[in-house]
Design a protein around this ligand. Structure first.
Ligand SMILES: Nc1ncnc2c1ncn2[C@@H]1O[C@H](COP(=O)(O)OP(=O)(O)OP(=O)(O)O)[C@@H](O)[C@H]1O
Ligand SMILES: [Mg+2]
Length: 485
């Protein structure tokens, strides 16, 4: 193992133990610390990241079994090895069960045996960690086998993946480039964007591209969760802290120690929970419900919101100090309609994902379906596109192309207006009317792209703010603003 591991011996010093400790300390990858008393051991655990404890159950003046069994909750990742003397008996089985020990060694301790068991224990822990990590990665990309090879059918352009994010647009490529850079830092990240744009997928990608990727990523949706429950989920609780708290709970912040916690729908937390979260972000302190002790957790927070937090701050519904703490760096995922270049590759990806291209069940997607998708607003963004494609694949017969016939009624009825928008066929109106209609549509598109930020849209359109306000009034575009707000 290349990373240094810290081993804590809790035992009264005796020659054989010292020999084992010295043998371990000679290994370049191990650091060995000795502690003889309760307080000493607790201090070491507070000050250092300990990987393994080797504890003499019969030694000393404190109850090591109780101490180690508490560590199961406070330091779940720590390997526990017991050192026992005499005949293994009933008390040993009880001690092994209570401490959930990895192994026990009997006295007199042999240095070679201690070294071998420690080495194997740390290897097993590392394997378990890697296994957990792979399972998580597979979970975010269980369609990975479909990602190889070039898209066929009608989809044009290469898909790029930042983790399992599929995209081909300039906007997403810029966003993912930025995300890759900030992933490496330890800054808290705020991800904003409409529903279904892929915020959670981006959060996972950030974690797996960070230095914390071998530690856990924990996800908590904050929407519609009572304060008490949210507090206990994140900060943990002591048994009996409230009705129904039948056992201690570690809490996600400490369970993810060294890793990342993703807080989804952050805009939904109550004012009082905003205070608790702010304290955690400032001090890194965790105080479980019903516990007077404060503990520390080193986690990176990634928060997401589909409501613009800045506006909630302006409206006095979200604390400004917390907003700035969360926004160490902010990433905004554009709505799907603002990045039509992603539509062909995403469609292709979802056709594959939902089994459409297996054994040529679906031959491809017709061009006009892609064009209709490009013209549609997709209020549910990528999630809505995925649902639409899944439905189309289910309806298609073997050997067919996906065509307009397979579209859901909502999209099929929009077809005419979509075509209008695309082709602007002369339809008997005057040229002036047609030009104005086009102008209205273009202004709307740019406003949507800028999430109704009028200064930004005005800049992009080369208009003054007053000029833009006039167009909004003239083409009755203000409805979008209230929806976005
Ligand atoms: N770029 C993408 N590539 C592949 N799949 C995507 C992409 N963006 C989103 N998806 C898929 O769309 C669905 C919605 O994504 P996700 O849950 O990340 O969105 P969200 O922004 O967190 O939504 P909400 O605000 O509703 O929580 C998921 O099934 C996700 O896999
Ligand atoms: Mg989400």
């Amino acid at each position: 193992m290349s990373i240094e591991s810290t081993i804590l011996f809790i035992a009264d010093a005796c020659p054989e133990l010292r020999a084992a400790a010295e043998a371990l300390a000679r290994e370049p990858d191990y650091r060995v610390i000795m502690a003889a008393r309760d307080g000493e051991a607790a201090d070491v655990l507070n000050d250092a990241h300990v990987d393994l404890i080797l504890a003499d159950v019969e030694s000393a003046d404190f109850d090591i079994v109780a101490f180690l069994s508490r560590l199961r909750f406070t330091h779940p990742d720590l390997v526990r090895i017991l050192l026992v003397g005499g005949e293994p008996g009933l008390r040993l089985s009880e001690a092994l069960a209570r401490t959930a020990a990895y192994q026990y060694l009997t006295k007199p301790l042999q240095a070679e045996q201690a070294c071998l068991v420690v080495k194997r224990a740390l290897e097993t822990r590392e394997l378990a960690r890697r296994h957990r990590r792979l399972v998580r990665e597979l979970k975010i990309g269980d369609d990975s086998t479909f990602l190889h090879g070039k898209p066929d059918g009608v989809a044009k352009g290469e898909a790029s993946h930042f983790e399992r994010l599929v995209y081909a647009s300039e906007a997403m490529s810029e966003l993912c480039g930025l995300a890759r850079e900030v992933a490496r830092t330890d800054l808290p990240i705020l991800i904003e964007g409409e529903t279904g744009t892929g915020k959670e997928l981006l959060a996972r990608a950030l974690h797996f591209h960070s230095r914390r990727s071998s530690s856990p990523l924990m996800v908590q949706n904050c929407g519609g969760v009572r304060d008490e429950l949210l507090h206990s989920e994140l900060f943990g609780h002591k048994r009996g802290a409230f009705t129904g708290a039948v056992s201690d709970r570690l809490g996600l912040f400490r369970a993810a120690d060294g890793g990342t916690v993703f807080l989804d729908e952050i805009s939904e937390i109550s004012p009082s929970f905003q205070v608790s979260l702010l304290r955690f972000l400032q001090e890194g302190e965790v105080k479980p419900l019903g516990c007077d002790q404060t503990m520390h957790a080193n986690v990176r927070i990634i928060a997401a919101s589909n409501k613009p937090l800045k506006q909630l701050v302006k409206a006095g519904q979200f604390r400004e100090d917390l907003y700035f703490r969360l926004k160490g760096f902010d990433l905004e995922v554009p709505p799907l309609r603002a990045r039509p270049a992603d539509i062909p590759v995403l469609t292709e990806f979802f056709v594959r994902k939902h089994g459409g291209l297996l054994s040529n069940r679906v031959l491809g997607v017709s061009n006009d379906v892609i064009e209709i998708f490009k013209a549609y607003r997709f209020p549910g963004n990528v999630r809505e596109l995925e649902n639409e494609v899944r439905r189309m694949v289910a309806l298609a017969k073997d050997g067919e192309y996906l065509t307009r016939r397979h579209l859901s009624p909502a999209l099929a009825t929009l077809r005419a207006s979509a075509n209008d928008r695309l082709a602007l066929k002369p339809d008997g109106r005057t040229l002036k009317e047609m030009v104005e209609s086009l102008e209205g549509q273009l202004v709307r598109q740019v406003l949507e792209k800028c999430r109704w930020n009028q200064s930004k849209a005005a800049r992009e359109l080369g208009l003054s703010r007053v000029g833009l306000a006039n167009k909004i009034r003239r083409y009755a575009l203000a409805d979008g603003m209230t929806r976005a707000g």
